[in-house]
Design a protein around this ligand. Structure first.
Ligand code: ADP
Ligand code: ASP
Ligand code: MG
Length: 413
């Protein structure tokens, strides 16, 4: 008898008919003798709808109340799912994050899980029930409801699988697995059979929303193999596993894009020690994350600094910087919200120079200008104008031949 954690995303539970179909699938696994723990998202579009309601009430919604509101989306699907199972003649119980005791810190709307208590779940499983748990939510030590950030139901599922030492953790979604790039943008995208935790972490952090980055971090930390697969077929999906379990490492395994960022430039600042700290301290004090930073070298006296922030933080960051600019005697602050970050990722890059320059050539051939570049051991990211995102993704996918096995030369021999 295996213990299986299965998570179904918003599109998979987007209507009462889809919830019934998912219930059938889970019930089949249950009837085969498995102990089933199911994690559900809210119906597709519901979290956005709730966010819209909040914004109609308050310009910047109170974060605690926002979590009270957002958590309702998942409460609906788990209750409906349990009803569907009962209608099919089996037994199920729905539980919210606070009932399970998914304990988090108190960072409302982006809380981190501290601990999960499997006792209550085990009691229900022992009584033969299918246990249905609301994803994306938890509770602080003082009893306040929290949510884990967009896509957080993936993290609920992996945290439960780790805490309960589940035999399998399956993330069911609306595509067949993790692809070489977003299959909804590039029809040539190919499903990847196995991907390492580190590559998946990079892909998730750079925009591949198929798995929430925190879920991948947890899976890596607790060595939980994760199977990402389709709700709408029986096909094998993608296994996210340790790197040494993968036989072949592609040179480039994936291409991602993100339209969530904005660029800010602060012009002609004095080029002297302490200036960067003065620029970035107010930004970090306001809880604004900075991604890429570039400082140009100029004539030695004055310099330009350019960096990126999340688009939702752009207005606040601009406001803060205008004040800083006046304090430090900078000439001007300018910004651009219509940018995108396009990245290539692959562990094969570690030992193979020249990947970045190939990427630059491909973009140049398409006439796409790069505004900023950043690299790490296994990724290269470029900031480009947002309108070229899809073109860049398709051109890179094609030129790096991601629709085929692009093994490094010596391994392909
Ligand atoms: P769910 O609601 O099931 O959690 P998400 O919408 O969060 O689903 O994630 C699935 C979506 O992620 C896909 O529909 C696809 O458009 C997008 N996506 C982006 N990059 C990738 C990728 N590399 N592989 C697969 N899907 C991707
Ligand atoms: N419902 C939440 C969201 O839309 C959490 C999730 O689906 O994982 O982001
Ligand atoms: Mg998701």
């Amino acid at each position: 008898m295996a213990l299986i954690v299965q998570k179904f995303g918003g599109t998979s539970v987007g209507s009462t008919d889809k919830i019934k179909a998912v219930a059938q699938r889970v019930l089949k696994n249950h009837r085969q003798g498995n102990r089933m723990v199911v994690v559900l998202s809210a119906m597709s579009g519901e979290t956005d709808r709730l966010t819209g309601l909040a914004l109609a009430m308050q310009h910047i919604p109170d974060q605690r109340e926002m979590d009270m509101l957002l958590a309702t989306g998942e409460q609906v699907t788990v209750a409906l799912f349990a009803m569907a199972i009962k209608e099919m003649g089996a037994d199920a119980v729905s539980l919210l994050g606070d009932q399970v005791a998914i304990r988090t810190d108190n960072m409302h709307t982006k809380a981190r899980i501290h601990s999960v208590d499997p006792d209550l779940i085990n009691k229900h499983l022992d009584r033969g029930k299918i246990v249905v748990i609301a994803g994306f939510q938890g509770v602080t030590d003082s009893g306040d409801i929290t949510t884990l950030g967009r896509g957080g139901s993936d993290t609920t599922a992996v945290a439960l699988a780790a805490a309960m030492r589940a035999d399998a953790c399956e993330i069911f979604t609306d595509v067949e697995g993790v692809y070489t790039t977003d299959p909804n943008v590039c029809p040539q995208a190919r499903k990847i059979d196995y991907i390492s935790y580190d590559e998946m972490l990079e892909l998730a952090s750079l925009g591949a929303k198929v798995l929430d980055i925190r879920s991948v971090g947890l899976a890596k930390r607790f060595s939980v193999p994760v199977h990402v697969r389709s709700t709408f077929s029986e096909n094998i999906g993608t296994w996210v596993v340790e790197e040494d379990k993968i036989m072949e490492s592609m040179l480039v395994s994936g291409i991602t894009y993100s339209k969530n960022e904005a660029r800010i430039t602060i012009k002609q600042v004095p080029d002297q020690p302490g200036i960067a700290a003065k620029v970035f301290l107010p930004i970090s004090d306001a809880g604004i994350l900075v991604d890429m930073i570039i400082q140009n070298t100029t004539d030695g006296r004055l310099t330009d600094m350019t960096f990126t922030v999340l688009r939702r933080d752009y207005d606040r960051a601009m406001e803060l910087l205008k004040k800083v600019a006046a304090d430090i005697g900078a000439q001007a602050v300018s910004g651009d919200e219509s940018i995108a970050k396009v990245s290539i990722v692959g562990v094969g890059m570690r030992n193979h120079p020249g990947i970045a320059s190939t990427m630059f050539q491909i973009l140049a051939k398409e006439g796409v200008n790069m505004m900023m570049v950043s690299t790490s051991e296994i990724k290269v990211s470029c900031i480009i104008a947002e309108k070229y995102t899809e073109l860049a993704v398709r051109a890179l996918h094609d030129a790096f031949a991601l629709d085929k096995d692009n093994l490094p030369a010596e391994e392909a021999e």
